[in-house]
Ligand binder design. Structure first.
Ligand SMILES: Cc1ncc(C[n+]2csc(CCOP(=O)(O)OP(=O)(O)O)c2C)c(N)n1
Length: 355
């Protein structure tokens, strides 16, 4: 498979049954439900943005739902996850209550970061989602640091570090992979190759557009997977996560998918060709899983309708929770600037005298 390959053809019933034979039907329906939840949640996020309920930068996981759910399925609840700013789906998949994710988007005090982080800065120690980073590549050195801490303490948790394709040309990418390989740290780097950084294609920006091959520069295992196939993502990610856990072998996984919309909610994506848009829509992972599970006899139209209704109810509840939650107090603006606040300092406003 290459980044430009056309989407997978429709499966016959026999092929679909074979493809899903190894996973029990409840688990498969659960994956479908979770992917649909991310889809509907992100659609409501876009709506909330146009209603000015959500402000700031806002990037959606539309088209990447199979990777989000497949990766979560490969991780233990105690494994750590670092992501870039495109993280709402990951926050939900990692187990954060969707209402708290929506509340963070709404900038409310019940949000994951008490309303001060917004779309790009979700953080939750309980589920071990360690952010949500707005600086491209900012999460990589921190993820390596977390993996070093695990190794130093002799633990068996693993760090998964998600990033976009554009991030592979940032200096921190190379520094982080080098140290992780050199020190045998339990970290799996996952590149979501959604074909473009903001608007520039991988081929235009990367001298080696086969991004998984960059692992070889660090003698690290590199794999490419169809990021619109939830089972394929789960299976290869499980293999890499377990190798990191058992043998301290870091790895690089490239998951290829397609952005269904622009880079952020305000990007009309006019730079994309009609062909690229049509490939993206044909590769829609949610529609495809629905089609294939129906062909395999795991889902039928009635069950899909029930799941759809449950998902919409869940998203409605998240929106209602966010809407009813209070805004943070302005006096708490500087409370979380430093890990250990200096007494009285957190109330100081910019330009106030130090003493
Ligand atoms: C260090 C840095 N440079 C530039 C930006 C502006 N910027 C925000 S997103 C982005 C594109 C990143 O693309 P990619 O890594 O592929 O992630 P994706 O948006 O596709 O998830 C850029 C250049 C930034 N946030 N940080």
């Amino acid at each position: 498979m290459t980044t430009t390959t056309a989407p997978r053809k429709t499966m016959s019933k026999a092929a679909a049954r074979k493809a899903f034979a190894g996973t029990d039907p409840d688990t498969l329906r659960g994956y479908f439900r979770d992917m649909l939840f991310v889809r509907r949640f992100e659609e409501r996020t876009a709506q909330g943005y146009t209603q000015a309920k959500i402000g700031g930068y806002c990037h959606l996981n539309l088209g990447e739902e199979a990777t989000v759910v497949g990766l979560a399925a490969a991780m233990r609840p105690t494994d750590y996850l670092f992501t870039n700013y495109r993280e709402h789906g990951y926050a939900i998949a990692k187990g954060i209550e969707p209402g708290r994710v929506m509340a963070e988007l709404y900038g409310r005090s019940t949000g994951t970061s008490k309303g001060w982080g917004g779309s790009m800065h979700m953080f939750d120690t309980a589920t071990r989602l360690l952010g949500g980073y707005g600086i491209v590549g900012g999460q990589l050195p921190l993820a390596v640091g977390a993996a070093l801490a695990i190794d130093y303490r002799g633990g068996d948790d693993v760090v998964v570090c998600q990033m976009g394709d554009g991030t592979t040309n940032i200096g921190a990418f190379h520094e982080s992979l080098n140290i992780a390989a050199l020190w045998h740290l339990p970290v799996v780097f996952v590149v979501i190759n959604n074909q473009t950084g903001m608007g520039t294609t991988v081929e235009q920006s990367s001298a080696e557009p086969d991004l998984y091959k960059r692992a070889s520069a660090y003698r690290m295992r590199g794999e490419r997977v169809d990021g619109t196939d939830v089972l394929a993502v789960r299976d290869i990610a499980s293999e890499l996560v377990e190798a990191a856990r058992r043998e301290g072998k870091p790895a690089l996984l490239e998951a290829v998918s397609h952005r269904l919309k622009g880079h952020s909610v305000v990007d009309p994506a006019k730079y994309r060709s009609a062909e690229a848009v049509s490939i993206a829509h044909e590769s829609d992972p949610v529609a495809r899983l629905e089609r294939e599970l129906i062909a395999a006899g795991v889902l039928d139209k009635d069950t899909v309708a029930v799941i759809e209704a449950e998902v919409r109810e869940g998203v409605d509840a998240a929106v209602a929770f966010a809407d009813a939650s209070p805004h943070p107090e302005p006096t708490s603006l500087f409370d979380y600037t430093y890990a250990t606040p200096v007494a009285g300092e957190s109330r100081r406003l910019p330009a106030d005298p130090l003493f």
